[in-house]
Structures are given as C-alpha cells and as structure tokens.
Ligand binder design. Sequence first.
Ligand SMILES: [Zn+2]
Length: 117
Amino acid sequence: MEKEKLEFYKKRLLEMRKDILKKAKKLKEDSYSLGTDGIQDMADAASNTYNVDILMSISDNDIKMLKEIDSAIDKINNGTYGICEECEEKINEKRLEANPTARYCINCKRLMEQKGI
Ligand SMILES: [Zn+2]
C-alpha cells in the first residue's frame, strides 16, 4: 500500500483511539466529579500503555476496540497493514475505509461467519 494511504489510515486509527480514551476520561471525571485530578492525557500518547484508572472506566467493547486499533497501527508500522491475516491477499480498500481495523478480507470474513468463528 502507498505511504500516503498508510498515513491516512494511521491518522484515522489514532483518531478512533483518541475518541475512545477521551470518552473514558470523561466518564471517569463524571463519576468522580472532581474535574482533572492529574489524569494523564493518554490520548496523545501513541504507545501501548494506558493509564490504569482510565482503563477501568472503559467498557469491554472499547478495550477490544483499542486492542484492534493498536494491532492495526502495529501492522502499519511493520508494513503488513491491509493484508488479510488468513489468506494474505489484499483487503479491499472500501472495506478498510469502512473499518480501518479489518483483519480479514471479505471472503475470509464470510467464511468465518459461516463457520461461526
Ligand atoms: Zn482472506
């Protein structure tokens, strides 16, 4: 995939990540109603480490999403982004645009769904 496209997806993934962390941070602030109590702004950190307090207030779904986002970012960094993990074919770009964390091409995904994986 071209470098510019990779950058585009990376930017989108980082934004998705930021949104989840922002939401979590807000939830935490709301639940304690203490305002900012020294919570690190992890949203800008492009690392795999998260503030534990923030993680506590993230739903399981969002944690799963964060992991998928991180693994997609890893793939961008090591040059395997956009390649199906099952058949190693390129994933359709329309599919990636709709879901930048897609790990499988549509064919493999369908097969998996049929098998109930
Ligand atoms: Zn595939």
